[in-house]
Design a binder for this molecule. Structure first.
Ligand code: T4K
Length: 405
């Protein structure tokens, strides 16, 4: 409990937590079940290349997501690259800049220009009106991101894609077990791509999947993720190695068995954060639509500095000193990272909402490695720092003067 500004660790007080609390600590199911499955893999000596666990995982995921095809991948970045190639995207593809860098890289990696498009400040997702303005004769596709598991405006984007004959792909890296209009994300657009990275709600250590209802596209993606092989000696496409291995699939099958529990824990933590932060001026916890399913993996704050009078970046420093490793996802925005800032230096002119949002968001830890006491502690630090904004600012200014001097 901090009672004076000197108690903040950034000014020499004891950190609120002895151990670091991370955003993205992996969720983990039944250890014994995982070990049994890994034993089985060793017994079978079938380690990768469409092994039995990968096949089982693909079937279970397709069933869970209500989609015809689920193609497991080694990670979502390769999944995106393969889907983009299989869809025949070229020229320009419209993407948000307010996303993890992999979304943009998957496009640029294939020498396609990612055209950065602004977002809706309420949903943090592509603003369909802005998408329409960014279409040129070179545009071949739209790549929307269901950021924080909140669905894009799927209906409007589908309509735009149809009218302009564009491919529509969704980066659903955050959106496993989330719904749009009561239907699981996974079967919208031409295809969707999930990430099962360790930091994701549902993880396979590293991994991902492409899902689609299109039989031909699914077949093409299956071949492309296996070097283009369509039979033992028959290569029909350029391909790469996007295969998931058996240990990752075993982790996926084990994680699936604990999904309800992961959601319940995330939800409970999220609700507590919301409650504890509800009356702090200038701090908003982003909302999830109660009528839809969400995995509640991301506790995203928007910091309005005019009201908090402590900036988002200062709050970040204060939290880090307390051993709370909060994150500024997705600062500074893809368009301000290389190679995009050099290749497309004027992108920012079209991105006023993105430019504002990257200065406001702050993500806090969630998942089954934290509980009520930790959340109370984290919120207590934030509340105290904002209540003491005047003195905190004076001290921070003094410290930076001293470090300059
Ligand atoms: N599209 C979107 C919208 C994405 O967010 C991502 C990935 C992708 C596409 C691509 O998916 P993949 O190709 O990765 O399947 C992390 C993840 O590496 C990345 O997967 C994720 N998004 C992104 C949001 O977060 P970093 O650079 O922030 O990772 P890092 O190493 O700083 O880890 C984050 C925190 O998690 C750390 O504070 C510690 C904790 N952590 C991490 C790992 C790996 C653990 O406690 N245990 C662990 O094993 O990117």
């Amino acid at each position: 409990m901090k009672t004076q500004v000197n108690d903040l660790a950034i000014f020499g007080g004891a950190p609120a937590f002895a151990e670091k609390l991370h955003v993205g600590r992996p969720n983990f199911g039944e250890r014994e079940r995982l070990i049994e499955r890994i034993d089985q893999i060793i017994e079978r000596r079938w380690f990768t290349n469409a092994g039995p666990y990968v096949q089982e995982l693909e079937l279970r995921l397709a069933d869970f997501l209500g989609v015809k095809h689920c193609i497991a991948m080694c990670n979502a970045t390769i999944g995106l690259e393969i889907a983009i190639k299989a869809l025949g995207m070229k020229g320009e593809v419209i993407v948000p800049s307010f996303t993890f860098i992999a979304t943009a890289h998957a496009v640029q990696w294939q020498e396609i220009k990612p055209v950065f498009c602004d977002i809706d400040p309420e949903t943090h997702n592509l603003d369909p009106r802005r998408v329409e303005e960014m279409i040129t004769p070179q545009t071949t596709g739209i790549l929307g991101v269901h950021l924080w598991g909140r669905p894009c405006d799927v209906d409007a984007l589908s309509d735009i894609a149809k009218r302009h004959q564009l491919s529509l792909l969704f980066d659903a890296a955050h959106a496993f077990a989330c719904t749009h209009r009561g239907r699981m994300i996974g079967s919208f657009g031409d295809a969707e791509v999930f990430s099962f990275h360790a930091t994701k709600f549902f993880n396979t250590f590293e991994g991902g999947a492409v899902t689609t209802n299109d039989d031909d596209l699914a077949q093409k993606i299956r071949w492309m993720k296996n070097f283009g092989f369509a039979g033992y000696d028959k290569v029909v496409y350029i391909g790469t190695n996007g295969k998931m291995n058996e240990v990752c699939a075993a982790m996926g099958l084990t994680s699936l068995e604990s999904l309800e529990q992961f959601i319940a824990i995330n939800r409970r933590n999220y609700d507590q954060y919301r409650q504890e932060l509800s009356d702090i001026r200038g701090v908003k916890v982003i909302n999830y639509d109660d009528a839809e399913n969400n995995n509640y993996q991301y506790v995203v704050l928007e910091i309005d500095e005019a009201a908090t009078r402590v900036s988002r970046d200062e709050l970040l420093q204060i939290l880090w000193a307390e051993n709370v490793i909060a994150r500024r996802y997705f600062y500074p925005g893809c368009h301000r990272a290389e190679p995009y800032r050099t290749l497309y230096p004027d992108s920012g002119a079209h991105l006023p909402v993105t430019e504002e949002m990257v200065t406001r968001t702050l993500l806090l830890p969630n998942g089954n490695s934290i509980g009520a006491a930790e959340i109370r502690g984290i919120c207590g630090v934030l509340r105290f720092a904002i209540e003491q904004a005047g003195e905190v600012n004076l001290r921070l200014a003094g410290e930076s003067q001293a470090s300059v001097g």
